[in-house]
Write a protein that binds this ligand. Structure first.
Ligand code: NAP
Length: 464
C-alpha cells in the first residue's frame, strides 16, 4: 500500500470533541497541503461548537462569529461530522485503532472544581458552569432549576466566568432580549428577584483573573450599579511592588477599573453588584437544607519567594446573608476510558499534545488539544496555537511512521458502524437544519437566535 498521507492511502484522523480545539485541529491540518487527510469529527451532542455555543455568554455574540469559519471547515469534502456520537458509548479505543491512524481528544473540561468547604451540598449552592450551561441552553442542563426568588447572591471567584454570571444575573429583560439566551432562562431571569450580587475574590485587584474588556463592560449595565468597597479597591503594598517589578498592561487596566469602581456609589439602579477582594469563603450556611448565608474570612496578601502573591487568612470573619451561591473557581476535565489521565491537573496526561503514560512513555497514535490538554485557561483563540502544537507532533510522528496501523482504514465502513450503533447520528448537513430553525425562530422573535434545548426536538427537526 502507498505511504500513509497520500491520495491512495490518506491519513485518517478521528477528532473527539467538536469545540474550538477540534475545529482548530482541522484548520491546522489544512496548512499541511502535502498531506492527504480524512478527518472524522465526533461530538456527543447533535450540535457542534462546544463552549462557543454552550459557554460563551449569550450577550457576547461577536465571540460566537468564529462558528462561521468552523462551519466552513466542517463542510469540506475530507471532513465528516458525526454529532450525537459519544466516545466510550458508541465508539471505543479499539474502534479508533481499527479505522484510524491517529486520534486526537479535544473534548474540553465538562465539569467544575469545588471549594471543599462545608455547606456546598446545600440546595441553592451551584457551580457557575451549570448555570452557564443552563442559560446557554445546553440540553443536559436545560431542566435545572435555580431559585431566582432570592434577593442576595454570592459568586465565588473573580474570573471571566464569574463576571459572565454576574452580568447575566444583573441584566434587564430588554438587555437579555438582544441575546440568544435560552428561552427558559430568559423567562426565569425576567422574573428574578435578585437585587444584590457579590463577587468574591480571594486575592486583590492586581491578581484578579478577569480581563480588562470584561471588567469594563460590567460597569456599563443599564439597571445595575457596581461598587467596590474603597479599602478593598486599594492595591496592597506587596502587590504594588510586584506591579512595578513586572509591569503588565492588563493588570494596570484591571486595577484602574477597580479603583474607579471603588469611587462609585449606588445611583439607585434596581440591582447592586459589589465586588469584594481579599476575602475567602469558609462555609456556606443553611436553614432547612437551603443556603441562607456565606461565611467569609478576610485575607491579607503575602508575597511568596517566587514573587507570586497569595492570600493568607486573618481571624476577621463576616457573614453575608445570601440565598444562592455560585462557585466559579474553574472548569475541570474528566477521565475518558483507555486514555491516561492526570488527576491532579484534571487533564489528559500529555507532553505538547502527545499522550503519555504515567511512566512517561508516549502512547502511539493518541493526542490531545484544548482544555483537556492544558487545563481550563485562555480565550477561544488560545486553542488555535494549542492545536497547532499538537498537529505538528502528529505530522512529525506520521513522518516517523509512528501511528496506529488500522486494519480497515475505510471511511464508509466506519460510517456504517456508527449508523448501526447510533441510528440518531446527526451529520453536518442535518445540523444545518437545526441551525436554520433556530435562526428562523430568532428572526420571528427579533433576536439573534432562539435555541433548541432538547435533543429530542433537535432530532425531530432533523427528521422533518
Ligand atoms: P479562571 O480565570 O481560572 O478564574 C478562576 C477564579 O477562581 C480566580 O479568581 C481564582 O482566584 C478563583 N479561585 C480558584 N480557587 C478558589 C478558591 N478555592 N476560593 C476562592 N477563589 C478561588 O477561570 P474561569 O473564570 O472559569 O475562566 C476559565 C477560562 O475561560 C479563563 O481563561 C477565562 O479568561 C476564559 N473565559 C473568557 C471569557 C471572555 O473572554 N469573555 C469568558 C469566560 C471565560 P486565584 O487567582 O486566586 O486562584
Amino acid at each position: 500500500m502507498s505511504q500513509v498521507g497520500t491520495e491512495g492511502n490518506p491519513l485518517r484522523v478521528a477528532v473527539i470533541g467538536a469545540g474550538p480545539a477540534g475545529f482548530y485541529t482541522i484548520s491546522n491540518f489544512a496548512k499541511h497541503k502535502e498531506l492527504a487527510v480524512e478527518i472524522d469529527l465526533f461530538d456527543r451532542l447533535p450540535t457542534p461548537y462546544g463552549l462557543v455555543r454552550a459557554g460563551v455568554a449569550p450577550d457576547h455574540q461577536k465571540d460566537k462569529s468564529v462558528t462561521r469559519a468552523y462551519a466552513k471547515s466542517a463542510e469540506q469534502a475530507h471532513v465528516h461530522y458525526y454529532g450525537h456520537v459519544e466516545y466510550g458509548t458508541h465508539l471505543h479505543m479499539a474502534d479508533l485503532k481499527k479505522y484510524y491512524h491517529q486520534v486526537i481528544f479535544t473534548n474540553g473540561a465538562p465539569t467544575d472544581r469545588d471549594l471543599g468547604i462545608p455547606g456546598e451540598e446545600l440546595s441553592g449552592s451551584h457551580s457557575a458552569t451549570s448555570f452557564v450551561a443552563w442559560y446557554n441552553g445546553h440540553p443536559d442542563f436545560a431542566d435545572l432549576d435555580f431559585d431566582l426568588s432570592q434577593e442576595n447572591v454570592a459568586i465565588v471567584g473573580v474570573g471571566n466566568v464569574a463576571l459572565d454570571v454576574a452580568r447575566i444575573l444583573c441584566k434587564t429583560r430588554e438587555e437579555l432580549l438582544e441575546t440568544d439566551i435560552a428561552d427558559h432562562a430568559l423567562e426565569a431571569l425576567s422574573n428574578s428577584k435578585v437585587k444584590n450580587v457579590y463577587l468574591l475574590g480571594r486575592r486583590g485587584p492586581a491578581q484578579a483573573a478577569f480581563t480588562p474588556p470584561e471588567i469594563k463592560e460590567i460597569g456599563e449595565l443599564a439597571d445595575a450599579d457596581i461598587i467596590v468597597p474603597p479599602e478593598e479597591a486599594r492595591v496592597d503594598d506587596a502587590s504594588r511592588a510586584q506591579m512595578e517589578a513586572n509591569p503588565d498592561k492588563n493588570v494596570d487596566k484591571n486595577v484602574g477599573f477597580i479603583e474607579e469602581y471603588g469611587q462609585r456609589s449606588p445611583t439607585g439602579k434596581s440591582k447592586l453588584l459589589t465586588i469584594r477582594f481579599l476575602v475567602s469563603p469558609t462555609e456556606i450556611l443553611g436553614e432547612d437544607g437551603k443556603v441562607s448565608a456565606i461565611r467569609i474570612v478576610r485575607n491579607e496578601a503575602v508575597a511568596g519567594d517566587d514573587g507570586s502573591i497569595r492570600a493568607r487568612a486573618t481571624d476577621q470573619e463576616e457573614v453575608l446573608p445570601v440565598g444562592l451561591v455560585f462557585r466559579s473557581v474553574g472548569y475541570q476535565g474528566v477521565p475518558l476510558a483507555d486514555v491516561p489521565f492526570d488527576e491532579r491537573r484534571g487533564t489528559i496526561r500529555n507532553e505538547c499534545g502527545r499522550v503519555m503514560t504515567e511512566d512517561g512513555e508516549v502512547v502511539t497514535g493518541v493526542y490531545t488539544a484544548g482544555w483537556i490538554k492544558r487545563g481550563p485557561s485562555g480565550v477561544i483563540g488560545t486553542n488555535k496555537t494549542c492545536a497547532q502544537e499538537t498537529v505538528q507532533c502528529m505530522v512529525e510522528d506520521l513522518q516517523a511512521g509512528k501511528h496506529f496501523n488500522p486494519e480497515d482504514p475505510d471511511r464508509e465502513h466506519v460510517r456504517s458502524l456508527i449508523h448501526e450503533r447510533q441510528p440518531d447520528v446527526v451529520d453536518f448537513e442535518e445540523f444545518g437544519r437545526i441551525d436554520a430553525e433556530e435562526l428562523r425562530r430568532g428572526e420571528e422573535a427579533n433576536r439573534p437566535r432562539v435555541k433548541v434545548t432538547s435533543i429530542q426536538e433537535m432530532l425531530e427537526i432533523v427528521n422533518n
